[in-house]
Design a protein around this ligand. Structure first.
Ligand SMILES: Cc1cc2nc3c(=O)[nH]c(=O)nc-3n(C[C@H](O)[C@H](O)[C@H](O)COP(=O)(O)OP(=O)(O)OC[C@H]3O[C@@H](n4cnc5c(N)ncnc54)[C@H](O)[C@@H]3O)c2cc1C
Length: 238
């Protein structure tokens, strides 16, 4: 089906998803392209729950944000492989094209961007994934100026989708090396965000609990009103 962006879709029940493509951009990550049966459209920022079932019936479920834009016929997930990670390890190491997964979604009604208002999105590591969906949606709809994306990581190699943050209103902040655009190495600060806040109606912050805390504080210090900042934390409870 061709999904229609622009509304918060109902979550629905478990659906099967065929793995259409698997791309491993590095030893610690996998990019999955899923063909979801009876798919309902997502809004940028939403996520899916992936459920694995072992032969003995044991199940494990984890949340993964959608990286693709609503207009993409496939659902793209980017999974960072954690050491001893029960679900991320399987997805990153074992999954192959043609495999089937159980998924539920799209999920989430708060951390979403409808693509109509100017926003500033700040992500740390794999926290950029839902923000990349926002970036792609803004570009697909011919309104790239509406979404400004800041991606933070230790190195360019550890920042998912860094190659999509080379033009438009994007900023790459690397703590351990100079960014490709010339920003000196160093942690993300309010001074990085201050030039980007003006005219932005909303702020989105996503990443680990620690990153979310410091980045949302930096966003407010840079001038974004606290009640306009929406935060998503990728924690162990996923
Ligand atoms: C709304 C939401 C969206 C998410 N989107 C993404 C996404 O797009 N890409 C992605 O890679 N992950 C995402 N996550 C995190 C994901 O849901 C899992 O928590 C992660 O993949 C670890 O699961 P696991 O089974 O591999 O690890 P587990 O077996 O559950 O844990 C292994 C070890 O890692 C620790 N741990 C678990 N989760 C995390 C974490 N997130 N960060 C640091 N340490 C952790 C545990 O405490 C444990 O020590 C999201 C989480 C939420 C809540």
């Amino acid at each position: 089906m061709t999904p229609t962006p622009g509304s918060v879709a109902p979550t629905g029940g478990w659906r099967s998803a065929r793995v259409a493509a698997v791309d491993r951009p590095g030893p610690a990550a996998v990019r999955l392209r899923l063909d979801v049966a009876d798919r309902v459209s997502h809004l940028p920022g939403q996520h899916y729950v992936v459920r694995l079932t072992a032969p003995d019936g044991y199940t494990a479920s984890r949340s993964y944000s959608v990286a693709s834009a609503p207009g993409d016929p496939l659902v793209e997930l980017y999974v960072e492989r954690l050491v001893d990670g029960e679900v991320s390890g399987y997805l990153a190491d074992v999954l192959e094209p043609g495999d089937e997964l159980e998924v539920r979604g799209p999920v989430g009604g708060w951390f979403v961007w409808d693509g109509t208002t100017p926003a500033l999105a700040v992500g740390g590591g794999s926290g950029v994934v839902p923000l990349v969906s926002m970036l792609r949606h803004a570009r697909d709809t011919g309104r790239p100026e509406l979404l400004c994306l800041v991606g933070a990581a230790r190195t360019a190699a550890s920042l998912p989708y860094a190659e999509e943050m080379l033009d438009g209103c994007t900023l790459v902040a690397l703590s351990q090396e100079d960014s490709p655009a010339g920003r000196p190495a160093g942690r993300l600060r309010a001074a990085d965000l201050a030039p980007l806040v003006d005219g932005r109606d909303a702020g989105f912050v996503c990443g680990s609990a620690g990153f979310a805390e410091t980045a949302s504080q930096a966003l407010v210090a840079a001038g974004m009103p606290a009640d306009r900042v929406r935060v998503e934390r990728f924690g162990p409870s996923g």
